[in-house]
Design a binder for this molecule. Structure first.
Ligand code: MG
Length: 285
């Protein structure tokens, strides 16, 4: 009996020691696993590009096709060699490239190398249609200040005939910020107010990626806008969450499915706003 107890105690002791040993092994094993996982997760240096349509290119691969060479315009804002010029400051260019929204001759006036909005003449739009693009536009609100808030120098640049980048005389003119010059109307306030004085020429450089819709009309990729106003970044890769159409004082439209391409439109909002030097470069999706 006494021998049996001694053997049992010895086995128990061995078990405890063994258990401790096992626990100890487990405890020491865990950090090793973590270290291994961390080593695996450590970013590896980039060895090759996998996203080219023609196959794989090594980093610094001199066989990789180089980007096409283009000639930039002589002055800032001048059209580069690969641009589609939509208005070059001539009446011929206006007639060739712009119509009203029904495809009839535009009722805006050609004046001093610019296209000027006429009250009640309606929007004008490009004959040619575009999707994602880089768009350069120059505009001037009236030098004679009339009206206030949204009634002063109001026009707009519409991408695909859908989404409005607001044009407004926002020089010392208080209005709701998501409707001031450079706003994505009702959707995004510009980062700064880079407006020039009334009557002075200003520029927009817009990088637009169109939205994509599925066959049921649901938006599967929302539009994005990057905008420079007079060379100043005012919209920084902003995702457009919906449409920009006015519904009421505190509501704008949602997305509504449309085609892959649409016209560039300029708004008639009753104020004689002028446009010049309009050119565009199409972008791939
Ligand atoms: Mg407007």
């Amino acid at each position: 009996m006494r021998t049996t107890l001694l053997v049992a105690a010895a086995i128990a002791l061995l078990g405890i020691v063994a258990g401790c040993a096992t626990q100890k092994e487990t405890k020491t094993a865990e950090p090793v696993k973590v270290e291994t996982a961390q080593a695996e997760a450590k970013p590896q240096p980039l060895r090759q590009y996998l996203d080219t349509p023609t196959g794989r290119w090594l980093v610094h691969d001199t066989n990789r096709p180089a980007p096409p060479i283009i000639t930039p315009g002589d002055t800032c804002g001048a059209a580069p060699s690969d641009a589609v010029v939509l208005f070059d400051g001539t009446e011929d260019s206006m007639k060739a490239n712009w119509t009203d929204t029904n495809g009839n001759p535009a009722k805006w006036v050609f004046r001093d190398g610019s296209m000027e909005s006429v009250a009640k003449a309606g929007y004008i739009q490009s004959r040619q249609q575009f999707g994602s693009c880089q768009l350069h536009v120059e505009f001037a609100t009236p030098s004679t200040v009339k009206g206030s808030s949204q009634g002063r120098g109001n026009s707009g640049v519409f991408l695909q005939g859908q989404y409005e980048v607001q044009v407004l005389d926002s020089y010392e003119n208080k209005t709701y910020p998501d409707g001031q010059c450079g706003a994505l109307y009702g959707r995004a306030v510009p980062l700064v107010n880079a407006s020039r004085k009334p009557g002075e020429w200003q520029s927009y450089d817009i990088i637009y990626h169109r939205p994509i819709f599925d066959k049921d009309g649901n938006v599967t990729r929302k539009a994005t806008f990057t905008i420079f106003h007079n060379g100043v970044l005012i919209q920084d890769h902003v995702v457009l969450e919906g449409g920009t159409g006015w519904i009421n004082a505190h509501a704008v439209t949602d997305y509504k499915a449309h085609g892959d391409k649409g016209p560039i439109q300029f708004q008639d909002h009753g104020n004689p706003v002028r446009f010049r030097n309009v050119w565009l470069r199409e972008l791939k999706d």
